[in-house]
Design a protein around this ligand. Structure first.
Ligand code: DHK
Length: 155
């Protein structure tokens, strides 16, 4: 295995941070025709199961608050080997989250459950995409599994 863990804090290289941003706590009941019927707990279990199949663990965190997401990204610098993030609406607004991801220098996979490019114009641009190593869009909640599979290959 080649280490893709650029953090220098002695991080346990077997952990991936899964971050979900605002309103994703409502998965399962929120606009199911767009976001599907899986709950956040289902998504986190899917991610954990996928990671476990490759010998990785997942730390899950969801917040509706931009600064809390920034803080979680900073913590990952010394505790995780990579980040999977669905920033929710902050994708389209947050330079702070973009800069945090850029600053920790970890592999980043950006996930969007829906195909943001088929939706309203304001969703077409994501500040995070420019600092993501891979972007998975429109695959439904399976996108989280695909993100973990990608990282398992890469790390
Ligand atoms: C989730 C959200 O909450 C929206 O604000 C984004 C994204 C799209 C998703 O598809 O997962 O625009």
């Amino acid at each position: 295995m080649t280490s893709a863990t650029p953090n220098d804090g002695g991080a346990p290289a077997a952990k991936i941070l899964l971050l979900n941003g605002p309103n994703l706590n409502l998965l399962g009941t929120r606009e199911p025709e767009i976001y599907g019927s899986a709950t956040l707990a289902d998504v986190e279990q899917l991610a954990a199961d996928t990671a476990a199949g490759h010998g990785w663990t997942v730390e899950c965190f969801q917040s509706n608050h931009e600064g809390e997401l920034v803080d979680a990204i900073h913590r990952a610098r010394t505790s995780a080997a990579a980040i999977v993030i669905n920033p929710g609406a902050y994708s389209h607004t947050s330079v702070a989250i973009r800069d945090a991801l850029s600053g920790v220098m970890l592999p980043v996979v950006e996930v969007h459950i829906s195909n943001i490019h088929k939706r309203e114009e304001f969703r077409h641009h994501s500040y995070v995409s420019a600092v993501a190593d891979a972007i998975i869009v429109g695959a439904g909640t399976t996108g989280y599994k695909l993100a973990l599979e990608y990282l398992a290959e890469r790390l």
